[in-house]
Each structure stands twice: as C-alpha cells, then as structure tokens.
Ligand binder design. Structure first.
Ligand code: UN1
Length: 513
C-alpha cells in the first residue's frame, strides 16, 4: 500500500513510536498514567503511543503554569503577539506534515487536514493583530474631576479540552487568543488524536524557547476523561474551555460552576439548511453535499438536516442521489477521495444504530448506508454516506449522530421551515439557500434562526476564524475564535479615578462629619 509520505511527515514533526504525553513547554514528563495507542482509522495501523498523565503530573503541570503566569502576564501584549506571530510562521513551515498527520490520525481528507492547519495559521494572524487591540471603554463620570474606564487583564491558567474531530485547530483558537491575552494554557487533547497534540506542542515549544517564554505558558497533559475532570474541579484554573459532546459539556459545566469558575462550551450541533423554492439549486446541492459528508459527517457544524420546500423536494432528492453516487470513499490521504473513515469502530456502531433507528421510525432511504469492506477498508471504519426522508420529530433526528447521515424534511411555509430548523435542542449552525430577499431577512431576523451561526447561500460548516464561533441551547453558549471572543479569556476591571481635592460620593449621597 502507498505510504503517502506519512513516515516522512512523522519524522519531520519529531514524533516517535513511543512519546511522552505531558509537557510544560521544553520539558517533557514520562508519567505513570495509562499508555494511549493511536491507531489510524485510515488503515488501522498503530501510528505511535503516548504516555498519558496522572493526577500527580497534572498537579505539577498546573503549578508550573501558575509560576509561568506570574511572568507572562507582565510581558507587553504586543510582545506576546510577536511570539504568536512566530508560531504562525512555524505552522506555515509545517503545514504539509501536520496536515498529513491530522488526516492520517483523525481520518479527514488531506484537503481538510491542510485546511485545519490553515485555520491555525489564520488564528495566529488574528491574534497578532488582537495583541494591539485588547481595548476597553472609557466612560464619563457623574462626579467632577473623576475619570472612569475599564481595562482587560489576563485571568490565569486556561484549561483546554479539545475533541478528536478538530485535533489541532480548536486548540489553537483557544491558546493563541489566551496567549496574547496574557494567559497560560493547559491542554487536554482527545485520547483519539494524541499525536497531533504532541506535534503542536513541539512546534510551539521551539518558538517559545527561542523567545525566552517562561516554561509553563504552553502545557500539555494527555490522558483520559479523569484529566478533564481534574481540570474542571481545579480552583487554580479560572477558565475551562471545552469542545465535545453535550454530555461531556454538561459534566464540565456542573463541576466548573460548582466552584464558580468559568466554562466556555462548544458542544453538539444539529445543523440544518433550509432550501427554499427560490434557491439556486446548483449551489444548494454543493453546499449540502460538503456540509453533510465533509469530515465524514464528524464536524460539529456538519449539515444533518435539509429542510426542503415541497415544490422542489423531489428534484433536490434526485439530484442529491445522483451527487452521492459520485462520491469516492477511501483513504483520506489519497486526494481522489472525498470521504474518509469514521474515527473508530465505536463511531461505526453508532452510525449503524442510527440507521436502524431511522428505519424503525419509518424513514425512507434515498441513499442506503452501510459499512464498507474489502481492499482499502481494512480498518473497518469506512461507511457509506446515507440520505433518508424523515420527520423532524423522530427521536433519532433530534439527536446528533457523528456520522454522514443526512435527513430530508419537507416544508410548505417559511415559518414552518424555521420552526423545524429551531425545533431541536442544539443551536450551533444554520443556513438558508435562497435568492429571495424577504426569505433571507426573515431567516436572519429575531424571529428567524436561533443558532449562533446563520448563513445565507453557503453550507453550515466551514466557518472562517474571523467570526465568533459557537452556539446556543445545548451547544453551550460559548464563543471562540474571532470577533470579541477574546473577552472570555480576560477579566474586566472598572477603574474610577479621582483627580480632584474633594471626595464626592456617587448618587449624590452626603456623608459629612
Ligand atoms: C468543530 O467541528 O468542532 O466551521 C469545529 C467549521 C470549522 C470548525 C469546526 N471551521 O466547520
């Protein structure tokens, strides 16, 4: 079988067969936590192993991060930005091997793997600019000779829990912003993609070392869910940013709020595209296709539902069927393939369960799913993207299945379409395909989509880093990446300064002796 240059990529990134999985920057710790074996879903082969952390090493790492914070917060923000700029330069240099590793360890197509590294580069650039724009407001005081303003200060150690589906980009959204803000980071990556985290840590550590960044600004603790739990309950970690399932997010939120810490949550989605009778159908089909099968349906922004106007329902159905017939499914490193494998066999089982439930509920398959077998599919993680006509109310449709299953739902009025689109517990991303201005504006109005992301004439996935990323309801309410998401990584301080010779009280209160 073709190697696709994986061996070379691993060597270039400095990855070994066995790797320590805990680090405070340039220092690496071989701890007594469990060994994590990373198998590629592309070919089922063992890529390498990572030594996970335990409670003791976690404690040591957090202590080191606290020490680092004492120094890092005193660096001028633009100087911190300069370091992040250099991380962006290093990522440009390693874009190809890192993109390949993402593709091989996670299973997304090479194009998407490279895109993910590009997303990291983009957020670095964004963070560099931000490092000179951490603006507060000034206010007019009601008292004479007084001045009021607000400023933003770093908050300390930020815990980052990331998911397998974006094994590098989501960490970078958090860490690059946190760093320019003056925070320090402890990262707990997914157990399914530990090697990606090691590669990122190695790239960052070299840049940090060259710039004399204190040990502990960038920390990594590989491990299982117990590391995430330790993070959630640790009072030394004022902010925990968690990406993953709603179930995980609820557990994190409960624990963090118990100690009045802050949680930034980016959880499940159940994203829909409304295709109206005024849609450009060529665009609608293309948008739906990439949205549904990109990353093999494992993005939190994946298009899971198409809500289609009755008058064009059959046409959309037929055109989708035709488009699905042209999909190449196979090794994600082979650029001729559109769809790679699911992350592991558990995911395959969940996919099969979902298909069964669709059938039981009365769904009608337009494109049948199934697990692929034979040459090229030895990992047993490859599945066929499926399409089914369903009702929005089916239990299984209400649920986020992390797999390429697309549900088709019929509507008659736009109000009904919006009501169906909002009629799920999740609230991440949404789109409308229309060339009609009224439909577009209604969809975007306060009575329209209830999601954190609402697009027009593009799919639900593939957001740019410049906007705030996240969603409402069970998606968790957090916003990461662009816009003013940086504010979550800082504490706001209101300052009132008296430059007069008297001490007048606010609200006109008299207190004379
Ligand atoms: C995720 O699936 O957790 O908008 C993140 C997108 C990507 C990020 C997805 N830029 O699809």
């Amino acid at each position: 079988m073709k190697n696709f240059g994986i061996k070379e990529a691993l060597a270039e990134l400095g990855l070994k067969k066995s790797n320590p999985g805990v680090s405070t920057g340039s220092k690496w710790y071989r701890s007594t936590g469990g060994l994590i074996d990373s198998y590629s879903p592309a070919d089922g082969k063992l890529i390498g192993s990572v030594h996970g952390g335990d409670e003791k090493t976690f404690d040591k790492v957090v202590k080191q991060s606290e020490e680092a914070f004492q120094v890092w917060r005193t660096w001028p923000a633009p100087k911190r930005g300069e370091v992040v700029r250099q991380v962006g330069v290093a990522l440009r240099k390693y874009k190809e091997p890192l993109g390949k590793l993402v593709s091989y360890e996670m299973g997304k197509s090479l194009q998407e793997g490279l895109g993910e590294v590009q997303e990291m580069i983009d957020i670095c650039d964004f963070a560099v600019g931000l490092s000179r724009q951490l603006h507060g407001l000034t206010m007019h005081s009601e008292r004479p000779n007084h001045r009021m303003y607000e400023q933003w200060h770093p908050i300390g150690t930020v815990g980052i829990i990331s998911a397998f589906n974006f094994p590098v980009a989501v960490w970078s959204w958090n860490s690059m912003l946190a760093w320019v803000c003056g925070d320090v980071c402890v990262w707990k990556p997914s157990e399914k993609t530990p090697l990606c985290s090691i590669a990122c840590q190695l790239i960052t550590a070299r840049v940090f070392e060259k710039n004399g960044v204190p040990e502990g600004v960038s920390c990594l603790v590989n491990g299982d869910a117990t590391i995430g739990q330790l993070m959630a309950q640790d009072e030394r970690i004022p902010l925990v940013s968690a990406t993953g399932s709603t179930r995980m997010g609820k557990a994190v939120a409960r624990t963090v709020s118990e100690r009045l810490g802050r949680a930034l949550l980016e959880l499940g989605g159940n994203n829909a595209i409304i295709i109206t009778e005024h849609a450009n159908l060529d665009m609608a089909i293309r948008g739906a296709l990439f949205g549904a099968v990109g990353t093999a349906g494992q993005r939190c922004t994946t298009t899971r539902r198409l809500i289609i106007h009755d008058s064009i329902f059959d046409e959309v159905k037929d055109r989708l069927k035709n488009a699905y017939a042209h999909l190449n499914i196979g090794n994600p490193l082979d650029t001729g393939n559109h769809v790679g494998p699911l992350i592991d066999k558990t995911a395959v089982k969940l996919y099969q369960d979902a298909l069964r439930k669709v059938k039981q509920a009365g769904g009608e398959f337009v494109v049948k799913g199934g697990v692929l077998q034979g040459k090229g599919y030895e990992s047993e993680c490859y599945v066929k993207p499926a399409v089914a006509v369903v009702e929005n109310e089916y239990e299984i449709v209400q649920h986020e299945t992390f797999a390429p299953i697309l549900y088709l739902i019929r509507y008659n009025s736009l109000a009904e379409a919006i009501q169906k689109q909002n009629g799920v517990k999740q609230g991440l991303s949404s789109s409308i395909m229309t060339t009609n201005m009224q439909e577009m504006e209604r969809f975007l109005s306060a009575a329209g989509s209830d999601c954190g992301i609402a697009n027009v004439n593009i799919g639900t996935s593939g957001a740019e880093i410049g906007g705030a990323f996240g969603g409402e309801k069970e998606t968790g309410g957090g916003r990461e990446s662009g816009s003013d998401a940086w504010k979550a990584y800082m504490r706001r301080q209101t300052n009132t300064i008296n430059f007069g010779d008297n001490l007048p009280l606010a609200q006109g209160i008299k207190f004379d002796i």
